[in-house]
Design a protein around this ligand. Structure first.
Ligand code: TNX
Length: 634
């Protein structure tokens, strides 16, 4: 280590306070003629006051400074500076510099080690326990908890094996679930095999056309019988058996049913989980593992957030620029500078079309539908960096920025090629994703976007449109027609309804800003999936302790809140039918490592999975809290 950066936040002057920095030179040579860059979600605003440094530039979360005084920093000495005029006061230790580096006059970069943000004058408190001890109601490891269970506890069999007359298809299904279990818990023992084993129990299958597609019944007699009307239910029955046996070996408090019945079916058809792979790129293997984790918890929709300002991750053969320039960030990449968690090195990441097809196939084998998301018109900085011909050349740079600080980041509806690109993208995606759903984003366009674009102003004049959101609605209606022509249902975030929205028939919106917005959308005729940040955003801090990691705009979101929240709670009965289900969202600005992923996602993902599956009257926070400890990890 040669350089170390400390940063502290002081709450004065109100409301945002002061952010102070000290860079110490621990190398053997004086440090002179250099710039300091850092990535931080707390950002310096256009109006600021800085002492000890000059602020050179900012690009979203990237910041660059140089010392106000050019005197070299001798070995062992430090340079300090402080700033007021930040976008909001930080509230946890990862809210400030996540990474930093020095750039010398010759252009070389050296990584700087960064300490946690300190809260001046306050000792950090150890975060509270996330889960109470909890209490089992029945000694069976099963999450989400089934809607009906009546069973006596016995000893665990050494293994479950296929009864004599099990079909080849069902044998394959048993082995697929066994493989899923082994992938998730590599050190645990096998749960299913094909041939009889001493001390094992036989599993048979039966059909009952009256059960819902995803429902299953398990009867425990000498033999165990899994009854279903379709493969989906059969798979869930096998996952239930795998979980129960896994638990019985993992924790002595769990047993295996000797006799009895489980009769189960999901509460909602849409049991989703979203993953942002733009802010932090998760490898193909990691994505496959996330899909495995969803399957284990009986979630059935994987919403793959493939693009955002920070990077485009889906290979499009007609536009290789999207996954070259559009998926490359680095200190030496002027159009896409490093963002949260990046060092100075160039980072690149995308999925080939074959890799995406492999994810679709893998998920399909586990009963999960994959819905791709391509963000538009906002959150598109990477597209405009990759395809600069989509920018109105006469629109001034830096003329607007939305909440996340990316200047001029919305696709311009008045540039005709915008539609050519998007139609080509949809055509290629349709060859990869069989799902009838395509999510097109639609969130967080700056309220003054395009208002200095001569092309946009001319279009608005011609079409009689007023303001950003009427223009957005005009754009989205065209996108909806494009999707309808391709047999796809348009899915988007709740702001799709702004400025007149799009026709509600065949449109599905995700209510994220708050629960109330879901009810408003339903009353306007839209179908709705509930993903409110206040309960289902897994990137929110889990308590207000300084040592937590995560976002705060809707937080803190405790695991208990994710669990107990009732998404249809305030829906008037006549609108309930439009509430299609619930979804967890994994936004990755703060997910700079796999460890942080696990820390933030669990146990809350399991809480949402149970809220999606288990009827209100069968939910029990204490029982859940005791059971959730067996969750898988990334
Ligand atoms: C809002 S949710 C966003 C995302 C952020 C998230 C962080 C939504 C549709 N937009 O771009 O990642 O908050 O919590």
């Amino acid at each position: 280590m040669t350089y170390f950066l400390e940063n502290t936040w002081l709450p004065t002057p109100a409301p945002e306070g002061t952010w102070s920095f000290t860079l110490t030179n621990l190398s053997d040579a004086p440090l002179a003629d250099f710039k300091l860059s850092l990535t931080s979600i707390t950002r310096i605003m256009p109006t600021y006051d800085l002492t000890g440094a000059t602020f050179l530039r900012r690009y979203a979360n990237f910041h660059e400074f140089e010392p106000a005084d050019a005197t070299p920093i001798a070995p062992g000495e430090s340079w300090s500076f402080e700033v007021t005029g930040i976008n909001r006061s930080p509230f946890h230790r990862n809210d400030a510099a996540k990474t930093a580096w020095i750039t010398l006059a010759d252009g070389t970069h050296t990584i700087v080690q960064v300490g946690d943000l300190m809260h001046a004058g306050e000792a950090p408190v150890r975060p509270r326990e996330r889960l109470p001890e909890g209490k089992l109601t029945l000694p069976f490891a099963l999450l989400p908890w089934p809607n009906q269970i009546d069973a006596t506890a016995g000893a665990a069999p050494v293994i479950l094996y296929a009864a004599d007359d099990v079909s080849v298809a069902d044998k394959r299904l048993m082995l697929a679930i066994d493989a899923l279990h082994t992938r998730l818990f590599p050190t645990a023992q096998t749960v299913f095999q094909l041939t009889p084993a001493l001390g094992g129990r036989a599993v048979n299958f039966a059909e009952d056309g009256s059960l819902p597609t995803e429902g299953y019944r398990i009867t425990f007699e000498d033999q165990i019988t899994v009854t279903s009307s379709a493969t989906e239910g059969r798979r869930y029955g096998l996952i239930a058996l795998a979980q129960i046996l896994h638990g019985a070996y993992a924790d002595p408090d769990y047993k295996f049913p000797a006799t009895g019945t489980i009769d189960d079916a999901p509460r909602y058809d849409w049991r989703g989980c979203h993953l942002d792979v733009s802010r932090h790129f998760w490898s193909h293997d990691e994505v496959l593992r996330v899909v495995d984790m969803l399957a284990w918890q009986k979630l059935n929709k994987f919403h793959w957030h493939l693009t955002d300002d920070e990077g485009w991750r889906a290979e499009i053969l007609a536009y290789p620029e999207l996954t070259q320039a559009g998926a490359t960030r680095g200190a030496d990449v002027p159009a896409m500078l490093p963002q949260l968690g990046d060092g100075s090195e160039t980072k690149h990441g995308f999925y080939t079309q074959d890799q995406m097809r492999a994810v679709v196939a893998h998920a399909g084998d586990l009963g999960i539908e994959v819905m791709p998301e391509i963000e538009m018109p906002g959150h598109s900085a990477c597209v405009l960096a990759a395809l600069p011909q989509l920018v109105d050349p006469d629109e001034p740079a830096n003329s607007y920025y939305p909440v996340q600080g990316y200047f001029n980041n919305a696709l311009n509806p008045a540039v005709p090629e915008t539609f050519t690109v998007l139609e080509t993208v949809f055509d290629e995606l349709a060859t990869i994703f069989p799902s009838k759903y395509i999510h097109i984003g639609g969130d967080e366009v700056a309220s003054n976007a395009w208002m200095t674009s001569p092309l946009a102003l001319a279009l608005m004049e011609k079409e009689g449109l007023k303001g950003t959101f009427e223009l957005q609605s005009w754009f989205l209606r065209k996108i909806k027609e494009t999707l309808t022509a391709r047999g796809k249902i348009m899915v988007g975030w709740n702001e799709i309804a702004h400025g007149g929205g799009v026709p509600p028939e065949g449109t599905l919106l995700m209510a994220w800003e708050n629960p109330q917005v879901g009810i408003e959308l339903a009353s306007q005729g839209y179908d709705v999936v509930m993903t409110p940040g206040q309960a289902y955003y897994l990137d929110m801090v889990q308590s207000d302790d300084w040592l937590e990691n995560g976002a705060g705009w809707a937080g803190p979101v405790t695991p208990e809140q994710s669990y107990t929240y009732e998404a249809e709670g305030d829906f008037p009965p006549e609108l309930r039918g439009q509430m299609r289900g619930v979804q967890a969202c994994i936004w990755c600005e703060h997910f700079t490592t796999r460890q942080w992923f696990n820390d933030l996602v669990f146990p809350r993902l399991s809480a949402v999975a149970e809220a999606a599956w288990t009827q209100t009257e069968n939910k029990d926070w204490q029982r859940f809290a005791r059971q959730v400890r067996l969750h898988p990890e990334l």
